[in-house]
Design a protein around this ligand. Sequence first.
Ligand code: ATP
Ligand code: MG
Length: 277
Amino acid sequence: MTMIPALELKNVSKSFVGVTALRDVSLKVNEGEVLCLLGDNGAGKSTLIKILSGVHQPTTGALLVNGEEHRFTGPHEALQAGIATVHQSGGTVPLMTVGRNFFLGEEPTRGRGIFRHFDRKLAEQVALEELRSLGITNVTNGAALVGGMSGGERQALSIARAMYFGAKVLILDEPTAALGVKEASKVLHLVVQAQMRGVAVVLVTHNVHHALAVGDHFAVLIRGTMADEWSKGERKREQVLDLMAGGEAMGDLEDELREVRARGVAPQEKVGNEHVR
Ligand SMILES: Nc1ncnc2c1ncn2[C@@H]1O[C@H](COP(=O)(O)OP(=O)(O)OP(=O)(O)O)[C@@H](O)[C@H]1O
Ligand SMILES: [Mg+2]
């Protein structure tokens, strides 16, 4: 039996005025799988994510959710279809509390009529419970401001929120980019937990080691085209690092620099060398 992908792009291209950001890109991710999207600056990763999350519409090609074609007119529609995106900043509001951030736009209320109001206690309690269920135990006060939390904790809050509201697909844009080693590994733990709950995860990263730690499938974008794609275990770490460093381009650079050196040394160095001799 072939599985219907939770999310699929078929031959998607995206052009902005004067720039083609994506060219004929196809990819898919199944439930309970982690797809890592790798690529250098300007490769088209964010553009691709914006198409998956309904911010942009493809110029040509199709987006399928559970095998059905969708054309989102905005992020809200993607969210309703179960596609939650966590942007690099974590998408949280620093001057709001943990509880408020968790329920932003979906606030639980108490009372009726003019007595209806935000149920602060419930929001804070649920937020903490959900964080705890993901193993985040150092956030203990639901009334604390998110501005005082670490980058990793903010990412965790956004991921917990997405899962609580029933995300089937979780898209993370560079979630570990601004984090130290410990915080990054916490976020990677959350990725695996989401996966174990059956969520399809799309993880965008520059970090090959982070990708290899959690990925089931890998896709590399180079200048808007899908340059390579493979499943876990099909490539060695060195091959991936080489590809990410530009592989052949790095080889060319080394040759060029060798030539520059061979052509002549800089004047100050000459003096220094003669002196030593
Ligand atoms: N709204 C836009 N209008 C015009 N050009 C755009 C727009 N968004 C992206 N681009 C161009 O599309 C290309 C891909 O950009 P994109 O932001 O997707 O790259 P990226 O892989 O996310 O890079 P980074 O790693 O730096 O975040 C770039 O050349 C960029 O300048
Ligand atoms: Mg980007």
